[in-house]
Design a protein around this ligand. Structure first.
Ligand code: ATP
Length: 349
């Protein structure tokens, strides 16, 4: 389904990926293992059209050439990325994040069915629909990130180190969830340093060292390979995951602090974000807002009719006063992402 041939990436003089070749089939989990700096994120970014370096080679999906397509068109073709650090909109609610995931033409007609599918995978997101994502734990945010990618109705889901920063228990849950996504027939390309758990759910794997794919095999053979065990399976390590990067703990952390962006007039922000996302971001956010407002209205109605004792004492699902601020902040986040995408496109030209 997904074929990568002779894919190379240069950041200036630095060769970060050298003639990589991988393939991914429908309903298959393929893991890319490699040390820090090996080129794993570069590979995923090049596939998704968001790489800052100079990209050469070929990426096809079901025979369609994705090489040098704009990032939003690649999503439209069916490739969704869950980036390192999750890429969720921290100031928006869970439901708003999911709605934004369905921005493309590909996803819009299937929005209700995809939302149902996401809720089946992550039932917790139903009850958390009105929660601002920034206030969720790392594991919960990872669910939102995967859910948002799933809302784009992908054929291929690519994930960059999704287990980073999660507690061992949440890691287990995450990998179990990825198996469920695979069972839906979606191909999963997973970049991980957590070799043990990722190989346990993967069908095949590739080893990436210093920009080169040096080995490919079935996951079971890789797990049994003494060289792989020594290099990636942490012989002698207490934990089955790599040591955390400095400053990161092996606990389910609270939300990361979101970067702050330069404030600009909302109209300008929305226009340039629209240019990248390919449709009106304001419409999307308004749609998300309407669905939340509807929920609040329903809840108020229940409160007034005194339907349940619990309903009388519980807080509204969202803070409507803060809603406008959150949406504005989200537009600035989108604008920053749009600016980055434009810069990348400019560099790779
Ligand atoms: P990690 O596991 O630490 O995230 P990785 O295998 O994902 O590592 P990449 O992020 O792909 O590695 O980076 C591969 C190499 O390319 C590294 O040497 C990195 O410093 C370099 N690199 C990555 N992005 C850029 C960039 N935008 N500009 C210059 N060099 C870059």
């Amino acid at each position: 389904m997904l074929e990568v041939r002779n894919l190379s990436v240069n950041y200036g003089q630095h060769r970060a990926l050298d003639n990589a070749a991988i393939r991914l089939d429908r309903g298959e989990i393929v893991v890319i293992l490699g040390a820090n700096g090996a080129g794993k994120s570069t590979l995923l970014k090049a596939i998704s059209g968001i790489c800052e370096g100079k990209v050469t080679g070929e990426v096809t999906l079901g025979g369609t050439d994705l090489t040098h397509m704009p990032a939003d068109q690649i999503v439209e073709e069916g490739v969704a990325l869950v980036p390192e650090g999750r890429g969720v909109f921290g100031e928006l609610t869970v439901r708003e994040n999911l709605t934004l995931g369905a921005y493309g033409n590909r996803a819009r007609d299937e929005e209700a069915a995809n939302l149902e599918r996401v809720y089946q995978l992550f039932p917790k997101l139903i009850e958390r629909g009105g929660q601002v994502v920034r206030t969720m734990s790392g594991g919960e945010q990872q669910m939102v990130a995967i859910g948002r990618a799933m809302m784009s109705n992908p054929q291929v889901l690519t994930l960059d180190e999704p287990s980073l920063g999660l507690s061992p228990l949440l890691c287990k849950e995450l990998f179990a969830n990825l198996k469920l996504v695979r069972d839906l027939g979606i191909g999963i390309l997973l970049v991980e340093q957590n070799a043990k758990q990722s190989l346990a759910i993967a069908d095949r794997g590739y080893l990436l060292e210093n920009a080169h794919i040096v080995h490919e095999d079935t996951a079971s053979k890789l797990r049994a390979d003494p060289a792989v065990q020594a290099a990636y399976l942490g012989a002698g390590r207490q934990d089955d995951r790599p040591a955390p990067k400095s400053g990161e703990a092996h606990a389910d952390p609270p939300a990361r602090t979101l970067p702050t962006f330069e404030l600009r007039p909302a109209a300008q922000t929305t226009r340039s974000a629209d240019a990248v996302l390919g449709q009106s971001v304001a419409d999307l956010v308004a749609r998300a807002a309407t669905s939340d407002a509807q929920n609040v209205a329903n809840r108020r109605q229940r409160l007034q009719s005194g339907q349940t004792r619990q309903a009388r004492t519980s807080k509204p699902a969202i803070d409507t006063a803060a809603h406008g601020d959150r949406l504005t902040a989200a537009l600035h986040e989108i604008e920053a992402a749009a600016a980055r995408a434009r810069r990348n496109a400019h560099r790779t030209r």
